[in-house]
Design a protein around this ligand. Structure first.
Ligand SMILES: NC(=O)c1ccc[n+]([C@@H]2O[C@H](COP(=O)([O-])OP(=O)(O)OC[C@H]3O[C@@H](n4cnc5c(N)ncnc54)[C@H](OP(=O)(O)O)[C@@H]3O)[C@@H](O)[C@H]2O)c1
Length: 235
């Protein structure tokens, strides 16, 4: 089965938390800029985030208005609205994200102007697939109720030509990919903090067996940060 080359790119504390008060410190904010810079340097075809992260960064938790579509029949065939140079892939198994258009805009050029691909299951609210079509958002159906990662990877390559993918959280989504054994590379920007507000972990509820990664680069960053870059050991 085809799959993109997948890079897990995350900003963490020394403890491996991905949320918490360390992110709003001067060092945390400065290292967040380093994180964005590294993201841009990868020049990937797409970035992928879970529903909670997409809501926090873009759709702000407002539910989509499905009333115009309530009497329409949902279409569970994959829908490729268009091919685009860059994509934002949203893991949204239960159809909760409220997109205003088919392209994401962000002040950082590393995330801006990305065509949205929704990854849904057949368990979405009535009318949701027609809502996505009305916005010109592409969608792929990857399971009945939970996401089948192998199917997802295959469709990203086959339908959109995505060969290099940045996996960018949150912890539930990172664990989904870790447990499927498909993360090729780790790119961790580590902020110099422990303690404080307890945050979410890099991988939430993971079940993956011990996996060996080879250290490829360790680069000291400004503000006492470090970039750790590991690649999966080839068996
Ligand atoms: N430090 C960093 O680099 C970084 C990067 C990204 C995000 N974050 C932070 O991470 C936090 C969000 O993380 P999170 O783990 O709560 O959420 P998340 O991974 O962003 O999204 C989780 C949601 O995605 C769907 N999902 C993903 N994997 C699933 C699975 N295995 N089974 C079922 N559903 C799955 C579910 O949607 P439904 O609930 O709709 O079914 C689930 O609630 C935010 O606070 C964000 O700011 C930090």
């Amino acid at each position: 089965m085809a799959k993109p080359y997948i890079i897990l790119h995350m900003l963490t504390s020394i403890e491996g938390d991905i949320t918490g008060d360390f992110l709003s410190t001067k060092k945390g904010e400065s290292l967040c800029e380093e994180y964005y810079k590294i993201n841009r340097n990868y020049k990937a075809d797409a970035y992928l985030c879970g529903r909670v992260t997409m809501e926090g960064s873009f759709t702000k938790g407002i539910a989509p208005d499905l009333t115009p579509f309530k009497d329409s029949l949902d279409d569970f065939c994959d829908y490729v609205a268009k091919r685009h140079p860059y994509y934002a892939v949203a893991i949204d198994p239960h159809g909760r994200l409220n997109w205003e258009s088919d392209v994401l805009h962000d002040e950082d050029v590393g995330y801006d102007n990305a065509h949205i691909i929704e990854v849904i299951t057949e368990n979405v609210p009535k009318g949701y697939t027609n809502f996505l079509k009305s916005k010109g958002v592409s969608y792929i159906v990857c399971g009945k109720d939970s996401i089948d990662v192998e199917m997802l990877n295959n469709k990203l390559v086959a339908f959109f030509g995505i060969n290099k993918l940045m996996l960018e959280g949150g912890g539930l989504t990172d664990a989904l990919f870790l447990d499927a054994g498909v993360i090729d590379e780790l790119s961790l920007v580590v902020c110099p903090f422990v303690g404080g507000e307890k945050g979410k972990p890099l991988f939430t509820n993971r079940t993956a067996p011990l996996t060996d990664y080879k250290l490829f680069k360790a680069i000291i960053l400004p503000q006492d940060g470090i970039w750790l870059n590991y690649k999966k050991n080839k068996k």
